[in-house]
Design a protein. Structure first.
Length: 116
């Protein structure tokens, strides 16, 4: 399965394939046309409480992943979206707004989708 991640502020490319926004809030300053999103998957974004707790602090990354995993497992809609993404034929790009790609929900989702 070809899963990549890309910041929404980078230009969309044909090679991105199916572009999925994995943030709960629409990114500031980006038009829907420029974002070129095929699916806005709010169901697989972290909860507001989890995002606020994490606050993009790399030291909290291991605990963020554990809590985020628990949220995804407990959410039937999230499980349905993840199953659909796993079944998708062709490349999928998880699009996100965070500056730190290594410590983002998109990176965690990429790891999860690629490992199963």
């Amino acid at each position: 399965m070809d899963i990549s991640i890309k910041r929404v502020y980078e230009s969309a490319a044909k090679a991105d394939g199916y572009r999925v926004l994995v943030d709960h809030i629409w990114p500031r300053g980006v038009s829907k046309e420029r974002a070129a999103i095929d699916l806005w998957a709010k169901a697989i974004s972290p909860s507001t409480a989890l995002r606020q707790w994490f606050d993009h602090q790399p030291a909290r990354w291991p605990e963020f992943k554990r809590r985020y995993h628990a949220e995804l497992v407990a959410n039937d809609e999230a499980q349905a979206v993840l199953s659909a993404l796993r079944a998708h034929k062709g490349p999928v790009t998880l699009v996100f707004a965070a500056r730190d790609a290594e410590h983002s929900n998109a990176r965690y989702l990429q790891e999860q989708l690629s490992s199963k």
